[in-house]
Design a protein around this ligand. Sequence first.
Ligand code: NAP
Length: 318
Amino acid sequence: MNNKEELIFDCVILGSGPAGFSAGIYAARGNIKTAILDINMFGGQPSNYFEIENYPGFSQIEGFELMEKFERHADKFGVQKFPMVEIEKINLNSELKEIETKDKIFKSKTVIISTGAQAKKLNIKGEEEFKGRGVSYCAVCDGAFYKDKTVAVIGGGNSALEEALYLTKFAKKVYIIHRREGLRADRLVCQRASQNEKLEFILCAIPVEIKGSNTVEKLLLKDLKTDSVKELDVDGVFPYIGLSANTCYFNGQLKQTNDGFIETDINMQTSIEGVYAAGDVRNTPLRQVVTAASDGAIAANSAVKYLENKLLSVTAES
Ligand code: NAP
């Protein structure tokens, strides 16, 4: 017998980054009964960003602080919050969508997926073995362990360069390893990186193996111009080579791109009626706090309209 508590909502939001909280604010202000669930603590990826300086209205703010402000704002409108849930299965195909956790079943007429994305792995020898012992995907979390040490950051995008700059606060030397001559990061960030004396670029090279005893000691790099492999002495390796969408719970229920991001229309509607996607998890040309927040607002507005058209709101019924 199933003893799980059943909870019914108009809108369940999965994921509590900027897209999720923005959706929560707009849904609750649209007067629909709204819950926000996260498998982790609230705040999503930006909670781990040292500084954000391109969210309008805040020329410089810590990621954690900005996400706390998002959360307080959603609290003001009465969004019900469920952090650290253990999701067991999700069925999006019925009229009343079901999200089953370890101890609850959430039933909802609409679902907004804002589960974000996570760091891609290098998939090289030693990466898994030294995870937490020199291999880290979060400079803000682990940077302080590298005081006066030498680290390598992999990638040429905004994340790689911004996190490399952050690591220079602790490390005595930071290598940025990038696979081609041109960088992908914004010009301003590239300029700052090129002016930082602790940073050294190694271009047209890829990591092929991470070596060490207890912790990381060496990174093997392949020079893509000569095919030769050289050893670099490092104490830490921080891969920042892009993101993959967090969609493992949906088991092919939704239309996704070849690399896994959820397809939506301009209203954030996915391939299933009543199910929306917002933020980094969806197929979008720009992944920023501001675009995620915008997606969340559009998704919630679409959910409210969908419920109005169907006269489905719990609030309307009661
Ligand atoms: P990204 O922009 O996709 O950059 C990934 C980088 O890793 C690229 O330089 C790529 O090289 C390299 N790369 C990919 N696969 C690789 C592999 N197997 N081996 C070696 N190198 C590899 O990812 P991101 O920097 O994580 O950023 C993700 C999104 O968040 C972007 O839209 C970014 O603008 C945004 N973001 C914005 C900010 C900000 O505005 N403050 C901060 C962080 C992130 P190629 O260039 O050759 O493809």
